[in-house]
Each structure stands twice: as structure tokens, then as C-alpha cells.
Design a protein around this ligand. Structure first.
Ligand SMILES: [Mn+2]
Length: 321
């Protein structure tokens, strides 16, 4: 039961350089210290070396670079992951998440992708007003851009929660593919039913812009009307609790736009909520009465004793290829 931490400082999906510093900023601000005190083995794989995103590239070339980076991430996960491990990636724009979807599919998992986001990320070259590939990640995975990537997942594996900013053509594609697309209000109203309907195996991809900009200003593409911070953290805990979390991403954190660290603290709270719920699965945390825990109860000490701490010194692999 090892946690594999990978920084994926990609700007290939949206060429703004500040997001390159997000993994470094989150590591420096206490993420590693938190992971080190868990009673799970943690391996820090460093940051993957990635080329910068270039707005001057034609859109197909930008997409090709995203897919190439995703293939390298996929290969890395397939080399290191063992059954029961958790693949934790810190982005990067949302193109961070493509390689993990590819890896989980290649490993043969039957899984849902819970995409907590303000955006659908289901554009194609034809429907995208900006041409930014971070808005095409799920359409790539679902096979809507077959010249760039064959289909990796089925539309019914996708659970898009928190969505409130869709381009017109993107909305049509999501409707045609019958993808589950829910606004924050719809998630609130149907929460218990939605949670009950999730597959046991999950990939949770958390986009910082799912939270309202009032409480998460440090992101690339803020959209009003999002989840509150507390709501998002509790939702993440509920998504993970009692299920088999295969992989977790936190993406689109933009340190330069943060206001006094409020977004950084949100990112940490999301990671802690997910990891605490993950650690309290019966298979990861014997003897813990996880089923009696409340959504608010997510302190690191709420789960197991820490007598079997197995932290291994992080391996710095700055130029993973
Ligand atoms: Mn996104």
C-alpha cells in the first residue's frame, strides 16, 4: 500500500508558466511533511521533465505534445505501480490527468473517473474557442480526437461534478455521448444517490477551479458559482470513503494568483481529506472503524496508530523520461 507522488508541472494544456511551479510550491508548503507522518510508505518520484507549452504551436501540435507527455506518465505509472498502491499526481494544468487515465485503463482496471471541475474538458479542435488542450482531456480519452489518441475509456465511466462553464459545441458533444454532467447545485441535491452510484474503483481528479473563486482565487480559469471550500473537502472525503481510490490528481493550482495562501490551503485540505479516507479503507487500515467516521472527521490521527511508519526517502528523479 504505497503512495506514489509525482509532480507533473505541465503547461502543455494551457501555456501559462506560473502553473509550472505548483508541484514545487505544494511540496514546499507542507505536503511532504504531511505525507511523511502517515503510516503508509511514500515514494516521491520527483517532477517529470516536460517541455513548455507554446501558444505559437498549431493546435494539433499542442495536442500531440499533451499526448506524448501523457504516454510518458503512463509508462512511468505502469513501471512502478503495484496492486493496492495509490498514484498521486500534482499538476500542472488539467492535461496532467490524461496519462493516469491511460495507465489505469492499460492496467485493466474497471473504474470511474470522478472529474470535479468547473469545466467539461470535452472540447475538440472543432468546438474549442481557445484551442487549449487542457479543455480536451476527456474528449481525448473518450476517443473524440482519434487522430491524436484512440479511445481509452467509455463515456459512462465519466462523472463530471461541479460543472458550470461549457462551450456550446462541447455541451452538445457531452449530451450526445450521454456523459454525466452536474452543476454544484445538482451535486448538492443528489449527493447521496450520486455517491451510491459510483464504481468501487475510482480515479478522482480534482480541479482547483471547481471551488468558487472567492475561496480559490489561485487558479487558471476561475468561474463563479462553485462549491464552497468546506463543501468540496467533505465531498472529496465522501467520494473516497469506502471505495478503492486508485489515483488522485490535484490540478490547475496557480500559485502566483493565490491570495495569502488560501488556495494552497484548499489544495492541502483536499489532499488530506482524500488520503485520510483512503488510509481508512479496511484493506489499508486494519482495526479502524472507518464506517462510523463522519465527513468532518478527517484529521490524520483519526485512522490508525502510526506505529508502523514506513517512510522511504524520496527519490529525486528530476528528469524522468
Ligand atoms: Mn479542468
Amino acid at each position: 500500500m504505497t503512495i506514489h507522488l509525482l509532480g507533473f508541472p505541465t503547461t502543455l494544456g494551457l501555456p501559462r508558466n506560473a502553473v509550472r511551479h505548483a508541484p514545487e510550491a505544494l511540496r514546499a508548503s507542507g505536503l511532504l511533511a504531511y505525507l511523511r507522518q502517515l503510516d503508509s510508505q511514500v515514494i516521491d518520484h520527483g517532477d517529470m521533465a516536460l517541455p513548455p507549452g507554446l501558444q505559437s504551436d498549431p493546435v494539433p501540435a499542442r495536442i500531440a505534445k499533451v499526448v506524448e507527455a501523457a504516454r510518458r506518465q503512463q509508462a512511468h505509472w505502469q513501471r512502478v505501480a503495484r496492486p493496492g498502491d495509490l498514484l498521486l499526481t500534482i499538476g500542472g494544468d488539467h492535461s496532467t490527468s490524461l496519462g493516469t487515465i491511460m495507465a489505469l485503463a492499460a492496467m485493466g482496471h474497471d473504474f470511474d473517473v470522478v472529474w470535479v471541475d468547473a469545466h467539461g474538458d470535452f472540447n475538440t479542435i472543432a468546438t474549442s474557442p481557445s484551442g487549449n488542450p487542457h479543455g480536451m482531456v476527456l474528449s481525448l480519452a473518450a476517443g473524440l480526437l482519434p487522430e491524436a489518441l484512440p479511445r481509452i475509456i467509455r463515456p459512462e465511466q465519466l462523472r463530471l461534478w461541479g460543472i458550470r462553464d461549457l462551450d456550446p459545441g462541447e455541451r452538445r458533444l457531452l449530451t450526445e455521448a450521454r456523459v454525466e454532467v452536474l452543476s454544484p447545485a445538482e451535486v448538492r441535491a443528489r449527493r447521496a444517490e450520486l455517491l451510491a452510484g459510483l464504481k468501487p474503483n475510482l480515479f478522482l481528479s480534482f480541479d482547483i477551479d471547481s471551488v468558487d473563486p472567492a475561496e480559490a482565487p489561485g487558479t487558471m480559469t476561475p468561474v463563479p458559482g462553485g462549491f464552497s471550500r468546506d463543501e468540496a473537502v467533505a465531498l472529496v472525503a465522501d467520494i473516497v470513503r469506502g471505495r478503492n481510490l486508485l489515483a488522485l490528481d490535484v490540478v490547475e493550482y496557480h500559485p502566483d494568483r493565490d491570495a495569502g495562501g488560501v488556495t494552497e490551503r484548499l489544495a492541502h485540505a483536499v489532499l488530506r481529506a482524500a488520503l485520510d479516507a483512503w488510509r481508512c479503507q479496511p484493506s489499508n487500515c486494519s482495526g479502524s472503524p472507518y464506517s462510523s467516521r463522519s465527513a468532518a472527521d478527517s484529521s490524520p490521527s483519526a485512522c490508525a496508530s502510526r506505529t508502523s511508519r514506513l517512510y522511504s526517502p524520496r527519490k529525486r528523479l528530476r528528469s524522468l523520461s
